[in-house]
Design a protein around this ligand. Sequence first.
Ligand code: TXA
Ligand code: MG
Length: 347
Amino acid sequence: MLKTRLVAVDKDYPQQQLINAAAEIIRAGGLVAFPTETVYGLGGNALDEDAAAKIYAAKGRPQDNPLIVHIQHIKELEGIVEDVPPGADELMKTFWPGPLTILFRKKPVIPSGTTAGLDTVAIRMPDHRIALELIKAAGVPIAAPSANISGKPSPTCAQDVLEDLNGKIDMILDGGTCPVGVESTVLDLSGPVPLILRPGGLPKEELEKILGHVEIDPGLSPGQRPHSPGQKYRHYAPKAHMTLVEGPVKLQIAKIIDLAGSLESSGKRVGIMATAQTRQEYPLGIVLSVGDRDAPLTISSNLFSILRKFDRLGVDEILAEGISREGLGLAVMNRLYKAAGYNIIKV
Ligand code: TXA
Ligand code: MG
């Protein structure tokens, strides 16, 4: 059991001596959780196979699920990738730092322990001062999956990380809550059409402004085989059983009231994940609003913390409303599908 140090850091002006202490841990092969604009990452030296092994062990992560490598300057790319796929230059210029991860052919310096044996490496530049300063001070790229126990909702504040990983990692840099709240968009540019392997914090519509037509991995549909190893696992899952209701909002509300009624009469504690527009409509259940339907960022930024909150409230069943798939809504619905284990009712 390690002693996990929780260190508060200023997110706008990170204190250099705190960053240096964290960077020293990374260089020595240890693990540091840090905030990014999407979710907290569990960081280790991306060039060190043993550090990667520690990340897998701390998270209980399946061995075939590759890690994302984080850099702080575009110049770092040439040391770690063979080439830059068509379209990537323009995307990096436009969206980095930001919630976009791109696949590259890796150079041998990236050990196969970091990429789960794949010859590609997923790379992103996070839009967060603490993350960027940490990578810079470490002097090496940092491999970082989300800093949660594998399968649980991703952590969007330091307290979430502590809840999952206390005693298993060396340090947590507490930089407050993550503004985007869902993980980065993972993009594969190696085929004839750009392919989104995981919808995320950078909307498909934004990518299409630069790339033209972009497709979503058909393997992400229920029962299919996704291109990205991580997407095949049950994920983001609260302890409670969860049902997602999709369709016109009025019908969603009626269905959820109906389901909540029967669940409560059989003695179950019911949580309802509503929105700012609908929360007043429910006469029963523990009702929490995840955000505003007209401002999807309010929903993405709250999503994982609301799932964790329902767990703390000890509900047996979560009934969640579906939202539009426009913009960030696509990533939110992807996470809700997985959180619900594809337990979906269409009305
Ligand atoms: O926003 C994010 O991306 C966060 C923060 C910490 O940066 N990180 C994150 O990492 O979400 P993780 O490990 O939870 O998810 C990484 C995803 C997985 O679905 C994994 O399968 C996919 O990226 N991935 C990584 N490398 C890949 C590769 N070479 N080929 C295909 N998919 C890859
Ligand atoms: Mg994850």
